[in-house]
Design a protein around this ligand. Structure first.
Ligand code: FCB
Length: 513
């Protein structure tokens, strides 16, 4: 490069870096300013995580893999949904998505480069059993075997989510999750994975966000299979609870090294007023949204989610189901994105249409109950700043949720299976992605997590959602949660500033980096 170009390029780069740095402190200040009760920067900078803490990132098969019909894979309900006109924003499909099926080595190399210690990924059921039951598709097993080996070679712990929403379509055709037979089919699938991969994978979570996929899919119909019937949701959720218990036993029978936990979606809930009715409604929200799958596993019984007795008949509950559901977890994993405000309400159509923000629900006006049996009204507050997915940033919720679950379940080992935010920052003229708001978000939330740990919570891992920008369910490609930017036309990956920052955090165990 000649001298004139060298000087000009250096100036451009330095200028851009200065602009980006100024923008970073401005944004850090700006977003922190608006967060009520934000932890001051000096305290965040001093926060330290325990030695051996597992820094990680998470992804999901349908969101990243593409290759939707490769190597004998069967059709999943998400293939059917995204191939149906009018279902996904912008008519987007995940047939290619980030092409991680072919580029997993490149993606795992990013994790290694960023000093990560845990990679949470999921396995597509329809790649292993194309119709959901029957013979194993060896090519599917071989793929995930190669992925597992690559994760281990990169020095990371593989954390496998067995089911992240992509049900084989043929099982939906047989009634989907409301069909109790799926518990057995699912346990067989889980056992197959443990048999073939359990020599290398020891950390398993049966279901990602079971409340969300059952409620969204069968209760309000915004996810496949698009059914809107609260009672169908109750049946689906009960099958999933049976499946969870059966799967834990199948996994442990196939692999003596296996540990089984969870990847539940949870939201700390706060009563709208101090009235007894609102406080009781908040308890019901917590039971329905946070504990509905945890409590059956731990204690073999449903938590107190309903105003009266659980509607056992409507759920399809049979004598002895308590024993099937009970399968105490070795560790408890959950995601945290945002909080809820809850009040008591009556009415409820029985197929509540409530608002939804991506994979978080509620938020519309009105005061009707979400459904006739829980009699809760739930709001997504906007007191704090909002991400570009419209979710309120409420870092203190991390502390509240982690300490609450610790108290209520006798101080289990906890993993944060997901936490992250949507911002649409793209590469600037220098090729950098200066996503300062994402850094500010993670700094605040991680400082609250460090506070919960220093108050005694046994949290051993944190997984940022997500490794690479990807297909965000019904929102298609309109939302970007990645710490790595993906140009979906060229498949070029660019680690964002937040990814580089998170890599330094992982290397040092400190937030002030
Ligand atoms: C979670 C999902 C994950 C992703 C993030 C944004 O609810 O588990 O797949 O969509 O939300």
């Amino acid at each position: 490069m000649n001298r004139r170009n060298f000087v000009r390029n250096s100036l451009v780069t330095a200028g851009a870096a200065m602009v980006a740095d100024r923008r970073l402190s401005a944004l850090r200040f700006a977003s922190q300013e608006k967060i009520p009760g934000a932890i001051p920067d000096s305290v965040i900078d001093a926060a330290r995580f325990p030695d051996g803490f597992l820094w990680g990132m998470a992804s999901a098969s349908y969101q990243v893999e593409g290759a939707w019909d490769a190597d004998g894979k069967g059709e999943s309900i998400w293939d059917r949904f995204s191939h149906t006109v009018g279902k996904v924003k912008g008519g987007a499909m995940a047939d290619v998505s980030c092409d991680d099926y072919h580029r997993y080595k490149e993606d795992i190399a990013i994790l290694k480069r960023l000093n990560q210690k845990s990679y949470r990924f999921s396995i597509s059921w329809a790649r292993i059993q194309p119709t959901g039951t029957g013979a194993v598709n060896q090519k599917g097993i071989d793929h995930y075997s190669r992925v597992t080996d690559a994760v281990l070679e990169a020095g990371l712990r593989p954390f496998c989510t067995i089911y992240h929403w992509d049900l084989p379509q043929r099982l939906e055709d047989r009634g989907g999750w409301p069909n109790r037979d799926l518990a057995g089919y699912y346990a067989e699938f889980a056992g197959i994975l443990a048999k073939y991969l359990g020599d290398r994978i020891t950390v398993w979570a049966p279901f990602n966000m079971p409340w969300t996929f059952t409620y969204y899919g069968y209760g309000i119909g915004v996810f496949p299979p698009c059914r809107s019937d609260f009672y169908l949701f109750l049946r689906a959720a009960h099958t999933v609870n049976l499946a969870q218990g059966e799967a834990l036993r199948a996994i442990k029978a196939a692999s003596s090294k296996a540990t089984v936990g969870s990847a539940y979606g949870m939201a700390p809930a706060y009563p709208k007023t101090d009235s007894e009715a609102d406080r009781a409604a908040t308890e019901r929200y917590h039971a329905m949204n946070n504990l509905y799958f945890l409590n059956p596993a731990m204690h073999g019984e449903y938590p107190k989610a309903f105003v009266g007795e659980p509607p056992y008949d409507a759920m399809g509950y049979k004598a002895g189901d308590d024993k099937i559901m009970k399968a105490p977890l070795d560790w408890v994993g959950f995601h945290y994105y945002t909080r809820r405000i809850v009040s008591a309400a009556s009415g409820g159509a029985g197929s509540s249409g409530g608002g939804h923000f991506g994979t978080e629900t509620e938020g519309e006006g009105g005061s009707a109950a979400r459904d006739p049996l829980t009699q809760i009204h739930v709001e997504m507050p906007t007191e704090g700043p909002l991400t570009e997915a419209g979710l309120e940033i409420w870092p203190r919720g991390m502390y509240d949720l982690v300490t609450q679950i610790s108290r209520e379940y006798n101080h289990p080992v906890i993993e944060i299976s997901e936490n992250g935010c949507c911002y649409l920052d793209a590469p600037d003229e220098t090729g950098r992605v200066p996503d300062a708001r994402r850094i500010a978000f993670h700094r605040q939330i991680l400082a609250e997590l460090a506070r919960a740990i220093s108050d005694g919570a046994k949290v051993r891992a944190y997984h940022a959602w997500t490794l690479v920008d990807n297909f965000e369910w019904a929102d298609g490609y309109t939302q970007r949660y990645g710490l790595t930017y993906v140009d979906f036309r060229s498949q070029k990956r660019t680690v964002k500033d937040s990814g580089l920052w998170y890599g330094r955090v992982a290397a040092s165990g400190r937030l002030g980096v």
